[in-house]
Design a protein around this ligand. Sequence first.
Ligand SMILES: Nc1nc2c(ncn2[C@@H]2O[C@H](COP(=O)(O)OP(=O)(O)OP(=O)(O)O)[C@@H](O)[C@H]2O)c(=O)[nH]1
Length: 318
Amino acid sequence: MSGTASPYRSGFACLIGRPNVGKSTLMNALVGEKVAITSDKPQTTRRSIRGVVRRQAADGGSAELVMVDTPGVHRPRTLLGERLNDLVRDSIAEVDVVTLCLPSDGPVGPGDRRLAEQVVEQVGSRRRTSVVVAVTRTDLGRGADVPERLVQAQRLADQVGLDVAHFVPTSGTRGDGVDVLADVLVSLLPEGPPLFPLEQVHDVPVDVLIAELVREAALDGVRDELPHSLAVVTEEVVPREDRPETRPLTDVRVLVYVERDSQKAIVIGKGGERLKHVGTRARRGIEGALGVPVHLDLRVKVAKDWQRDPKQLRRLGF
Ligand SMILES: Nc1nc2c(ncn2[C@@H]2O[C@H](COP(=O)(O)OP(=O)(O)OP(=O)(O)O)[C@@H](O)[C@H]2O)c(=O)[nH]1
């Protein structure tokens, strides 16, 4: 492929950062489709999700950029937390470009420094991995915040010895800087073969996608420890047999796990009101993803302290 006038570039770039800095929102903006769920609760992302961005590179060739969204890095308090941090470590090791996300609406802090040090440790000696800093959520900051954050980011890079190829201000919700970031990431990709079939936009299996949409709906409005205690598993997705071709219906059965009986009561709500609301919202998303009308059967179960239990973690897919 090398030597041709318009080479094909392909490769992987991950988004890393503290919890809640806007990684998944940026991922969706780059891919142009909702592939990762987002919420205002920290530590929402629990899987490394890959989404494909296809673009024309500056040299005229085509490029396939595979974005990898990762869980927010934090001090782990449970086995789940440790597993999520391991996922991030693995992602950093496997990509061509690491994108460190720093939010414009908060100072660069010790958590960012630890993460930057981790990147240096992992990619410092590997010359083929590039590093980009994305300053995120720029629409939330005040006027001076973005330049200030860029200066702090440069200072952080200098302090830990991180070689940053580009600094890009972005807002995932407004779309600002998203094209610039995509161009920058593409420019850092090596020449390579196509990675995903043309029609494929993400690598999230349908059962996982459904479970994530339910978890996103269930996260809305719950507080304290409950967001972390939620786990969702898709049990069944079956087209109903006795339907006319013009009016198909798919039965989707989903289990929502919590860690304690008291949490089960909160998720279900008075007279089942809350769960009904979650079901209605999730069903809309699932119908959009599957492209068929859906009957969603949602059940809530207690899996005691699953975040700390290796056996249960395995059963829940971690
Ligand atoms: N105003 C504004 N809000 C944003 C932007 N990006 C993300 N948010 C909000 O910030 C919150 C966190 O966004 P996420 O994309 O879920 O953040 P994350 O870094 O993936 O979070 P974790 O999965 O917990 O690590 C959500 O409420 C988003 O709507 C942005 O550019 N502008």
